[in-house]
Design a protein around this ligand. Structure first.
Ligand code: GLC
Length: 426
């Protein structure tokens, strides 16, 4: 496939999954709007139609909660092909949504759309209209998910991380009961190979948490403390930190000094606190279980994603070194878990496979940090994956075999982004 073949195939997927004012991640498996999917997809859409790209993010934020949270799913239409649907969440929103959130990549996406816009006046108008909403979401995180003021936020459901069944959550998840949940039928395993998906035991626990939060009326002032699962994920926090920093940049441009100041402050406190998650032994960041206070011994890509945040050059170099080491055991960078760990599983979702969105964010950060060689290696692996396996949800990092859903929106958007930028170089 030539770069132009890839571009036109990617554009076709974006058009096919476009529902007018939002895109679905893929037909069948995910028939609604997902939060971080939409923000990253907007970057690819911008290459086809700038106006449509802004709309993607505007639609998501039109469903922001009064308390500031932006939900992980917006159920725009009825579709019983997905479980758990709106009746299970029962969040009582005018347009049904889920009741948890997802990695806050919107601040980053807004800056990117703004910087690359060809229609500068429209970009200013639309960015200005979203600025306050993104700032409120950031404020929500620190208020509701960092009640002790550590500078880092916790996720209270694995789905919030965007890395649903990562090995990172296994131990903390043991604390979540399985009993007492309403009987249910999974739908994901009807669309994708069950061996590539989370297990039934994990699904029970996902639902137990949903039922627990629902029983508390989705009151975010209660959910954090009530959750038996509270994990501080370096990848999630890095995305938040980068979004705060990028929102501050944008607020300066738009002459909103107070929004700039608070977001810069959030980013710098977050960066300082992120250091507490560094593991010299692993040469990367690790998650922390907030319930026990201990670091979680699980070398996943969540601990490499901090490259996306403005971490120090020394830390960026260490992450680049770690990724180069992973290249010895995984043909297609960056595996979502270290293949040397016996818990690694090449095809099971977030327990080993390679995902293009993560590749994109890591490569972007490493490029900014001047780690060209590693950024280039990630970029070429990503393009090779498309050529070998098509536009899959995720890939086996050894063989490049496509896994999960096919004709995937954000995979298409990310490859458009990779192809847009020339090979990073000094
Ligand atoms: C899965 C992924 C999540 C993504 C969603 C829709 O749940 O783990 O990150 O947002 O699918 O693509």
């Amino acid at each position: 496939m030539t770069p132009n073949d890839i571009r036109s195939a990617a554009a076709e997927i974006l058009r096919e999954n476009d529902r007018g004012a939002y895109t679905v991640p893929t037909k069948g498996l995910y028939p609604f709007q997902w939060n971080w999917d939409s923000c990253l997809t907007a970057l690819g859409l911008a290459q086809l139609d700038e106006d449509r790209a802004w709309t993607e993010i505007e639609t998501l934020f039109a469903h922001q909660w009064p308390d500031g949270m932006v939900p992980h799913i917006v159920f725009h239409v009825y579709d019983d092909g997905y479980f758990p649907g709106p009746d299970v969440w029962a969040t009582g929103r005018p347009t049904p949504t889920s009741g948890i959130t997802q990695p806050p990549v919107a601040g980053f996406a807004l800056r990117r759309l703004f910087e690359t816009a060809t229609d500068g006046e429209a970009a200013k108008r639309r960015a200005r209209a979203l600025l306050g909403a993104v700032d409120r979401w950031h404020a929500w995180f620190y208020e509701m998910r960092d009640p002790a003021g550590e500078g880092l936020v916790a996720i209270i459901h694995p789905w919030e991380s965007g890395r649903d069944n990562s090995i990172d959550w296994d131990d903390a998840f043991e604390r979540v009961p399985r009993d007492g949940i309403a009987p249910y039928t999974r739908r994901d395993t009807q669309h994708a190979d069950p061996d590539h998906r989370p297990t039934n035991a994990q699904y029970d626990r996902y639902l137990w948490l949903v039922e627990r939060f629902r029983s508390l009326g989705w009151d975010n002032t209660k959910l954090h403390d009530a959750s038996p699962f509270q994990v501080v994920d370096p990848g999630f926090n890095a995305i938040l930190i980068r979004s705060c920093a990028d929102l501050a940049w944008l607020a300066d441009w738009l002459d909103e000094p107070e929004i700039a100041r608070v977001n810069r402050e959030r980013a710098s406190r977050g960066l300082a606190a992120l250091e507490s998650l560094w593991s010299a032994g692993h040469g990367q960041y690790l998650c922390r279980d907030r319930r026990t206070g201990a670091l979680i011994d699980s070398p996943s890509v969540g601990g490499l994603l901090p490259a996306f945040a403005p971490i120090s050059p020394a830390r960026a170099k260490a992450i680049a070194t770690r990724i180069q080491a992973l290249a010895a055991s995984a043909r297609y960078l960056v595996p979502s878990h270290d293949p040397a760990d016996p818990r690694f599983s090449a095809k099971r979702y977030w327990r080993g496979p390679t995902w293009l969105i993560v590749n994109y964010m890591i490569a972007d950060g490493l490029t900014r940090a001047g780690e060209w060689e590693t950024a280039n290696a990630i970029r070429s692996a990503s393009i090779d994956l498309i050529t070998t396996g098509g536009f899959a949800e995720y890939y086996d990092p050894h063989t490049g075999e496509p896994c999960g859903g096919g004709r995937f929106t954000w995979t298409a958007a990310m490859v458009l982004e990779f192809l847009k930028s020339a090979e990073p170089q000094p």
